[in-house]
Design a protein around this ligand. Structure first.
Ligand SMILES: Cc1cc2nc3c(=O)[nH]c(=O)nc-3n(C[C@H](O)[C@H](O)[C@H](O)COP(=O)(O)O)c2cc1C
Length: 217
């Protein structure tokens, strides 16, 4: 096997508990802004891990479309593989890998479908072609050819000739309510910094305070 071992020095910039904001979501927003300012391509892209009803994990990239104290928002097709996995098991893992600035954020939480009104509001903010595309792809289903896919798009364009493209019921948003958020900062000699925030969310909805701990690299 060809060795892929490289020895990159991840630098000296340290991540100390005292550098982080008390609220990890505010801290995430700060790092996201710094990732944007560092010209990272698609800084809001993250790898979303789900587990399907047969207990098979699967990961794929999606785009973060909103973040706030209520959680992390993304949108997708509810009938896709991820949609089917989430319907059976709402627990997710998220990885934001901002490698060129030696940072990573890991989030664990529970994904909830947002209300139809919230999905409509986000859907309607999208360009017309993106809205039409939501009608023209049965995400994750096989199709015989690219030509057949293009034909589905063309026929949806004809069905919705104007700006008024309604949201398909099978397309919408999810809110990930986090119970664990880890900030990782690469350091020299593989002695990286890892600071993890965690909290418990009871079935009753009662949420504990965030606890902070440093993890070994
Ligand atoms: C940069 C990037 C951003 C993406 N953003 C989304 C997204 O926001 N929503 C989505 O459903 N798929 C998005 N995708 C496509 C997914 O990675 C994936 O192919 C699709 O959602 C089907 O996944 P599934 O079959 O596991 O459900 C994105 C892919 C890339 C590479």
């Amino acid at each position: 096997m060809e060795s892929l071992e490289r020895h990159e020095d991840y630098g000296q910039e340290l991540l100390d508990e005292s550098h982080l904001l008390a609220d990890p979501i505010e801290q995430f927003k700060l790092w996201l802004k710094e990732a944007e300012q560092s010209n990272i391509y698609e800084p809001n892209a993250f790898v979303l891990g789900t587990v399907d009803p047969e207990n098979h994990p699967r990961s794929r990239t999606v785009l973060l479309k909103g973040v706030g104290e209520e959680g992390f928002f993304f949108a997708s097709n509810y009938l896709s593989r991820k949609g089917e996995a989430l319907a059976a098991n709402p627990y997710v893992s998220c990885v934001f890998g901002w490698y060129s600035i030696y940072r990573q954020v890991l989030i664990q939480g529970r994904a909830h479908k947002v209300s139809a009104e919230e999905s409509d509001a986000y859907f309607n903010s999208r360009p017309r072609e993106s809205r039409v595309a939501a009608w023209s792809s049965h995400q994750s289903q096989p199709i015989e050819s690219r030509a057949a896919l293009d034909a589905q798009f063309e026929s949806a364009l004809e069905r919705y000739p104007g700006e008024d493209v309604p949201r398909p019921a099978h397309w919408g948003g999810y809110l990930i309510v986090p119970n664990r958020i880890e900030f990782w900062k690469g350091r020299s000699n593989r002695m990286h910094d890892r600071i993890e925030f965690s909290r418990t969310i009871a079935d009753s909805g009662v949420v504990s305070e965030w606890q902070v701990q440093r993890l070994q690299p």
